[in-house]
Design a protein around this ligand. Structure first.
Ligand SMILES: *Cc1c(COP(=O)(O)O)cnc(C)c1O
Length: 239
């Protein structure tokens, strides 16, 4: 059993600083002020930390581990936070799909059609479709999930046909390069793939490119990210 990290005592300030970084990078890239959304990645942090961020106005939260995420979703709902948006961003195994379908609003890490079919089948009919990004492994990193770029169109076309999923775009995580130019190049390649797929799929809701984290959000925004997933810069080090 690992102990949960402490909540930073300046969480609202850290959140405001991240919002400031996003605003600056967005302006510098000549993009519209609302072009990039912030997903606060609360994995490993307690529900109390999420509540503090929610009280400071943050609405969208990302979790990697299904059980941990579901526990926080329920705790926050009991505390009256009924308008939060929950994104599952970690690799997903078949035996966890029912929980994701029942509790989350988004999944960023889809890379298998059989998982997509299960999610669509298991999505409760009273909920809106589960919002989906395909995870793409742009630079071929051996230790991460995601489909190869050349498989993306085929998977996207199959996912589009599933009634209880709504395909929104792509998610990617570049390898941790020392050279920021390399990170930028991978982000740019991901944006190009996102645009190419958008043109081929012609889906009105294809509008989400989930890329950029605490250390590289400026590079991701420069390359055309529409959603950055930020954990440690808001909640502190994960220990
Ligand atoms: C943990 C995690 C993040 C957040 O990373 P930070 O470096 O803490 O900002 C973003 N995306 C994914 C998929 C993660 O697992």
């Amino acid at each position: 059993m690992t102990t949960l990290p402490l909540i930073p005592d300046n969480l609202p300030l850290a959140l405001a600083q991240v919002q400031q970084r996003i605003a600056q990078a967005t302006a510098q890239a000549g993009r519209a002020p609302d072009a990039v959304r912030l997903l606060a990645v609360s994995k490993t942090f307690p529900a109390e930390a999420v509540a503090q961020a929610a009280a400071a106005g943050q609405r969208a939260f990302g979790e990697n581990y299904v059980q941990e995420g579901v526990a926080k979703i329920e705790t926050l709902r009991e505390q009256g936070y009924t308008d939060l948006e929950w994104h599952c961003i970690g690799p997903l195994q078949s035996r966890k799909t029912a929980q994701v379908a029942a509790h989350f609003d988004w999944l960023h890490s889809l890379s298998r059609l059989d998982i997509a079919e299960r999610l669509s089948r298991q999505r409760p009919p009273d909920l809106p479709p589960l919002q989906i990004c395909l995870q793409v492994n742009m630079d071929g990193g051996a230790n991460k999930s995601g489909i190869a770029p050349e498989q993306a169109l085929e998977l996207a076309q199959a996912v589009c046909k599933l009634p209880h999923l709504q395909l929104r775009g792509l998610m990617s995580i570049p390898e941790p390069y020392d050279d920021p130019q390399q990170t930028l190049a991978v982000h740019r390649a991901t944006r190009t793939l996102f645009d190419d797929l958008g043109a081929q799929l012609a889906l009105p809701q294809w509008n989400t490119l989930s890329m950029g984290m605490s250390h590289d959000l400026e590079l991701a925004i420069a390359a055309g990210s529409t959603m950055v997933r930020v954990g440690s810069a808001i909640f502190g080090a994960r220990g």
